[in-house]
Design a protein around this ligand. Structure first.
Ligand code: SF4
Length: 420
């Protein structure tokens, strides 16, 4: 249920079925050109489609003109309280201006900004914040914060329509995840305009990422939301971009760069997987292709649920194995696993995206796997598979039956196991 209408922020389409756009906001003083441009370049490199800069003073407007000219991605000017600054930002060439009609000084001043946006052909973002709702909605806010947010947004949309202006998107921000979900669901049913999603003041990188993933992920999974911003308490805006991408990648809404899969580890782990996963993640940042790379902490599952991965490693105390698409490639010493994994990945690209397999090495790896695999072990992965199969069987008689450990067969080695 993407928005029916589409706008363009610079060259980036928002809404109307366009890919969900990733945006962030610079943390620098906008007037500090050097620092702001450095951060914009970093967020663009991290994958931001759009960047927003705060414009609270005249010196920021002065810098804005240069920023717009030099930025590799479209720039949104973020304005509060001062409609004159909004008009100046439009004149400075901002690709979009964000205003909150609730704090910009009333409908007349909003109308002045809209008139100017029409003249410059610039879209606006109409932002509603739970912390700055119009006075007449304060009682409603107390009774029903969701209804108050939605009412404020709808009233601002109606104002735009009275002003014969349709080149805008809408955001409703709240620090509450349930309120963000509920209000955006309601608003998506009531208006056809693109929606910008975010959880305001979400928190630190850790808690803020989780809150945003839950809130935005729920809405995006419903098809609601056309552009997203993750708000984190960090000076490094590129971290917000990375989190946004992980959410979009997890929902398969967009692809960017490799996908890393790693088991949660358990008591079967026999090597320092924390370090290995961190190193694999770090090195994968150098690749643009959306390959899937898996890291398993032990070989008792065989390749198991990682068989679809383009490349993967599974380790044991001294030796480990590299595999590709469910097939062993080679056995290597544990301390060489990461280096050898990346050699195989580079070989794959050098051969024109073809897995290069040495049959002798593959046979040796298969043998190692057969020795280390243990299909009788009740691993987290097998328990999950059994639960999923049981749930399917309960819901539908045609679905697969639960895994039976007394007749398990390794799909890689073909080896049969028996518990009795
Ligand atoms: S059993 Fe599963 S979770 Fe435990 S270390 Fe092995 S692969 Fe990781």
């Amino acid at each position: 249920m993407a928005s029916a209408r589409q706008i363009h922020v610079g060259g980036v389409p928002i809404g109307g079925g366009a890919p969900v756009a990733v945006q962030t906001m610079t943390k620098t003083e906008t007037a500090n050109l050097q620092a702001t441009m450095d951060q914009i370049r970093r967020v663009a490199e991290a994958g931001a489609d759009i960047v927003r800069v705060a414009v609270p003073r005249d010196e920021d407007v002065a810098a804005l003109r240069t920023i717009v000219a030099q930025s590799p991605i479209p720039v949104i000017a973020d304005i509060h309280f001062n409609h004159t600054l909004a008009i100046k930002a439009l004149d400075a060439g901002a690709h979009c201006v964000r205003i909150n009609p609730g704090n910009i000084g009333g409908p007349e001043k909003t109308a002045e900004v809209v008139d100017h946006a029409k003249r410059t052909g610039t879209p606006l973002r109409i932002g509603v914040n739970s912390g700055s709702l119009p006075k007449h909605l304060r009682d409603l806010e107390f009774e029903s914060p969701v209804e108050a947010l939605v009412t404020a947004a709808v009233e601002f949309v109606e104002l735009m329509e009275r002003l014969a202006f349709a080149n805008f998107k809408v955001s409703m921000k709240s620090t509450s995840v349930p309120n963000t979900i509920a209000s955006n669901r309601l608003l998506a049913e009531r208006i056809p305009y693109p929606l910008h999603l975010g959880i305001t003041e979400a928190g630190t990188k850790w808690s803020g990422s989780l809150k945003s993933a839950v809130g935005l992920g729920t809405l995006l999974a419903d098809g609601i939301g056309d552009t997203i911003r993750i708000s984190l308490s960090t000076f490094h805006a590129e971290e917000e971009v990375k989190v946004a991408w992980e959410i979009l990648k997890a929902l398969k809404l967009r692809e960017r760069g490799p996908v890393l899969i790693a088991c949660p580890t358990c008591g079967r782990l026999q090597f320092d997987m924390d370090t290995v996963v961190a190193e694999v993640e770090r090195r994968l940042e150098a690749y643009d292709d959306p390959i899937e790379v898996s890291v398993l902490g032990c070989a008792v599952n065989g390749i198991g649920e990682a068989r679809h991965a383009d490349f993967g490693i599974t380790g044991a105390k001294d030796m480990g194995m590299i595999y590709s698409k469910g097939e062993p490639l080679k056995k290597v010493r544990t301390e060489e696993l990461v280096d050898e994994l990346f050699k195989e990945i580079d070989r794959y690209y050098a051969a024109g995206r073809t897995v290069v397999r040495d049959e002798d090495e593959a046979a040796e790896a298969r043998e190692w796997l057969a020795e280390n695999e243990d299909a009788t072990a009740m691993t987290p992965e097998r328990l999950a598979a059994m639960e999923a199969a049981a749930a399917d069987a309960n819901g539908d008689g045609d679905k697969p039956q639960p895994l039976r450990l007394d007749e398990d067969v390794s799909p890689v080695t073909g080896r049969r196991f028996s518990r009795t």
